[in-house]
Design a protein around this ligand. Structure first.
Ligand code: 15L
Length: 269
C-alpha cells in the first residue's frame, strides 16, 4: 500500500470520524484532524485543528498541503434548515473550493442513504438511480453529490461519495438488518477509496454484506471493496429487542426508514 503524505479528517470528534481517526494513521505520514467540537489532545502523529467549515479563511488553511480529505463533518441527521445551510451547504462548498485551490487530489465523504430514502423497500436500487431524498438533510447530501460531480467535470478533482447506511457497532433495529455498515467495513471502504489509483466521481453505498441488502453495490467492487460483516449475526438479538414491524409504517416502507416520517421544521429556519 502506498502511503499518502497528509490526510485531513473533518468531523474527527464525531462517531464515524473518531473511528477513522483511530484507523487511518497507517495510511499516511501525517494525519490532520479537525472538528468544530473539542478534539482532545493530539497524538504525536496528529495535527489537531478546531475549525468551523463555514469559516472560509480557516478552511483555506485547513486544506493546505493535504493529499486527500476524508470528510465526515456536518449535521448528521434531519435538522432546521439554517443549521443544514451552515454546515452541509456552506461548509461543504468551502471545503471543495479551498481544496481545489490547494490542489487536493480527492475527497472521500459521508453522503447518506437519505439521498435516496424515499425509494420504496420493494425496489432494489444501484447508485445510478435518480435521487429521492427523504429530508432536508437528505437534500443536502444530494447537493453534496452534485457539487462533487461538478468539481470533477470542471476541475478534475476526484470524489468518492459514500452513501452510508446505518453505521453503528451493531444493528439495533429491524431496518438495520438491511442497512447496517460495521465499523470494520467503514474503515475498509474508506481505505479502498484512499488507495484507488483513479475514482473520478464515484458514488457507492456504505453497507456491509447483509443478506437483506437493499442496494446493488457493484460500483464499490470497482475499488476493491469487499465487506466482511453481515447483520444476520445479530438477528436473534435484534428480533428479541424489537417488535414485529407494521408493514404500513414508513419506517418499514422506505429505504430511509424513520426519516421518511420525521418532523419537518416548517418555516423555522
Ligand atoms: C444517517 O445518515 C445518520 O447520520 C445516522 O445517524 C443514521 O440515522 C443513518 O443515517 C440511518 O439511516 O440509519
Amino acid at each position: 500500500m502506498t502511503k499518502l503524505n497528509r490526510i485531513l479528517i473533518t468531523g474527527a470528534a464525531g462517531s464515524l470520524g473518531s473511528v477513522l481517526r483511530e484507523a487511518l494513521p497507517g495510511s499516511c505520514n501525517h494525519l490532520r484532524v479537525s472538528d468544530w467540537n473539542d478534539l482532545g489532545a493530539a497524538a504525536d502523529h496528529e495535527e489537531a485543528v478546531q475549525c468551523d467549515l463555514a469559516d472560509r479563511d480557516a478552511v483555506a488553511n485547513l486544506t493546505k498541503d493535504v493529499d486527500m480529505i476524508v470528510h465526515m463533518g456536518g449535521v448528521p441527521v434531519e435538522d432546521k434548515f439554517d443549521k443544514i445551510l451552515h454546515s452541509n451547504l456552506l461548509g461543504f462548498y468551502n471545503l471543495y473550493e479551498q481544496a481545489r485551490k490547494n490542489g487536493v487530489k480527492r475527497i472521500i465523504w459521508g453522503s447518506s442513504n437519505h439521498a435516496i430514502g424515499f425509494y420504496p423497500r420493494t425496489e432494489t436500487i444501484d447508485a445510478s438511480v435518480r435521487p429521492k431524498p427523504d429530508t432536508l438533510y437528505g437534500v443536502s447530501k444530494v447537493y453534496g453529490e452534485g457539487l462533487a460531480e461538478f468539481y470533477f467535470d470542471k476541475f478534475g478533482m476526484e470524489t468518492v461519495s459514500i452513501r452510508i447506511g446505518s453505521c453503528f457497532p451493531e444493528p439495533i433495529d429491524r431496518r438495520m438488518m438491511a442497512t447496517w455498515l460495521s465499523f470494520r467495513d467503514l474503515v475498509q471502504i474508506v481505505e479502498k477509496s484512499l488507495q484507488a489509483p483513479q475514482t473520478r466521481h464515484l458514488i457507492i453505498y456504505g453497507v456491509s454484506n447483509n443478506d437483506q441488502n437493499l442496494w446493488d453495490n457493484r460500483m464499490a467492487s470497482s475499488i476493491g471493496y469487499n465487506p466482511v460483516d453481515n447483520a444476520e449475526t445479530f438477528r436473534e438479538k435484534v428480533e428479541a429487542a424489537t417488535g414485529e414491524p407494521d408493514r404500513h409504517d414508513p419506517m418499514f416502507m422506505y429505504h430511509g426508514g424513520a426519516y421518511a416520517r420525521t418532523d419537518h421544521f416548517e418555516g423555522d429556519g
